[in-house]
Design a protein around this ligand. Structure first.
Ligand code: CTP
Length: 397
């Protein structure tokens, strides 16, 4: 998978830098073209001569080559790369990455990189466990970077704990896995609904719900990372899609979401209905703001919204897959299985509001997936980005 891939290997100043030599060797052996970028303190641990001999390219560290004045373009480098790996990533480099402190070539290259970035932290156990480091790592993760978890064991300080950089073989395996997954949904079109719907009462009020769209957007990013073209029909949310293969169609009401989905579904191989769609809408929308009356309490008559998932279930062809979600508060399994059948879905993802950390607004979710063939898969509480991976893995299987 790594043959011919352009990889930037960023090395910062930690004792684990010696492992980067092995990492570089493995990448070259696997057929990758590697450009090493090292921080000034990285050079205290490992010499550029070793790295350039192995990579077959001059190592970049400074913005300019002192004797020739040649400028090293971090922008060109960022565009050239298919992936960037920062190994080891020290606490300081992680902090600079998280906050955009562009005071060395490694950070400017990171900020210019269009490709996926893999970060392999390496530091003493207390530095790693410190809330500041953990917050910075969470920030990097939230920007779409891949964190290669350090392992536990004896550290340079002779203390024992979590902070050892992952072994070069494991880093290469994760990179290969990433490139392999990028082919999973190549040439496929995936339709995803996300977020809430707003059903207008008057120009200033609506009926809505607490959905933030995080799960649907995480699914869209995951599917796009695996090579698919994604149409994301989204209700009003404050988050943005990042991947260039995601086209967002913004809607407000369930009716608008329905009409867009009916249009897009025939072009799609897979549809994932993640939106929290309002079941009812006001029969009439007042054109002017409804005023407070002295004696009368206004009554808003509701009418049923179309069931989008069920409509797609009716027109689904043999080759298409339709996945639904069920957010339940009670009788979860019975309700989810009922929806699976009633809407003619191929699978339904159940999350229960009874589980702490699951459902609307949170960054985590705890799911079970029920398949039309009677199979069931349960998962522990995880970050929504990880849940998205589990869902797509399960669907592909
Ligand atoms: N759904 C939909 N259109 C609707 C309502 C729901 O497409 N009008 C989809 C959701 O996106 C989800 C699945 O159907 O994938 C189940 O949604 P849910 O709100 O749990 O089910 P409902 O059918 O609305 O049932 P209830 O509200 O009674 O639980």
């Amino acid at each position: 998978m790594l043959k011919g891939k352009h990889i930037i290997l960023g090395i910062s100043g930690g004792i684990a830098a010696y492992k980067s030599v092995y990492l570089l060797r493995l990448l070259i052996k696997a057929g990758a073209e590697v450009q090493v970028v090292i921080t000034p303190s990285g050079k205290e641990f490992i010499t550029p001569v070793t790295l350039s001999a192995l990579s077959g390219k001059p190592v970049i560290s400074e913005f300019f080559t002192a004797n020739t004045g040649e400028w090293h373009s971090h922008v060109d480098l960022g565009l050239w790369a298919d992936a960037m790996i920062i190994a080891p990533a020290t606490a300081s480099t992680i902090a600079k990455m998280a906050n955009g402190v562009a005071d060395n070539m490694l950070i400017t290259t990171y900020l210019s990189a269009k490709a996926h970035v893999f970060v392999a932290p390496a530091m003493d156990l207390d530095m790693f466990a410190h809330p500041t480091t953990q917050r910075n790592i969470d920030m990097l993760r939230s920007y779409g970077n891949h964190i290669i978890e350090p392992t536990s064991g004896e550290l340079a300080s002779h203390l024992v704990g979590k902070g050892r950089m992952a072994e070069p073989e494991s880093i290469v395996a994760q990179l290969e896995d990433f490139f392999k997954k990028g082919e999973d949904l190549k040439d496929k079109h995936v339709l995803i609904t996300a977020g809430p719907t707003y059903e207008k009462i008057d120009p200033v009020r609506f009926i809505g719900n607490y959905s933030t769209g995080k799960m649907g957007y995480a699914l869209a990013e995951e599917v796009a990372n695996r090579g698919a073209k994604v149409t994301l029909v989204s209700g009003p949310v404050s988050i943005k899609a990042k991947h260039p293969s995601i086209s967002v169609i913004s809607i407000e009401s369930a009716r608008e979401m329905h009409d867009q989905c009916i249009r897009q579904f025939p072009l799609s191989d897979i549809a994932i209905m993640c939106a929290a769609v309002a079941d009812y809408a006001p029969e009439n929308t007042a054109t002017k703001k409804i005023k407070r009356e002295k004696d009368e309490i206004p009554v808003i008559k509701l009418v049923k919204n179309p069931d989008i998932a069920a409509s797609l279930g009716q027109i689904k062809t043999e080759s298409q897959k339709l996945i639904g979600f069920a957010l339940e508060t009670n009788n979860e399994i019975v309700n989810a299985q009922d929806k699976l059948k009633r809407k003619n879905l191929d699978a339904i993802v159940l999350n229960s509001l009874q589980d702490k950390g699951a459902g609307f607004g949170t960054d985590t979710n705890k799911i079970s997936i029920f398949f039309a063939n009677g199979n069931r898969q349960d998962f522990p509480l995880k970050a929504k980005t990880e849940v998205a991976k589990d869902i797509i893995d399960a669907i592909l299987k």
